[in-house]
Design a protein around this ligand. Structure first.
Ligand SMILES: [Zn+2]
Length: 113
């Protein structure tokens, strides 16, 4: 009988390197790219099974002399439209002639059993 446990889908843990909340099944932290011990059966996903959504857009300063400020806000809603997560990903200022490109990717994983 094996004492190894299968990962619980959707269960999270905190990366010891960057303190980001990540999937328990991950053995590579997406933000800081540190390798992690999974503590599971060793069958955790290293790479996403698919990129289900990818959106990218560029914000250009309109050319006035005023500095602009921006906030990148990410929200996740469930099938009833209820907000389950809301986070400011980044904030900053945009000087005349500057641009910022914002990218969002949703990766899905199939935990192996
Ligand atoms: Zn990390």
């Amino acid at each position: 009988m094996s004492t190894l446990r299968a990962p619980t889908p959707g269960k999270t843990r905190v990366c010891p390197h960057c303190r980001t909340t990540i999937l328990e099944s991950a053995n590579l932290c997406p933000p800081c790219r540190h390798h992690l011990r999974s503590g599971t059966s060793g069958a955790a996903s290293v790479f996403p099974s698919a990129t289900a959504l990818k959106v990218e857009g560029t914000l250009r300063h309109p050319g006035t002399t005023q500095v602009l400020e921006y906030s990148m806000i990410m929200t996740i809603r469930n099938e009833r439209g209820e907000e389950v997560a809301r986070q400011i990903v980044g904030v900053g200022a945009l000087q005349p002639s500057e641009t910022r490109t914002f990218s969002l990717a949703v990766e899905v994983f199939t935990p192996k059993t």
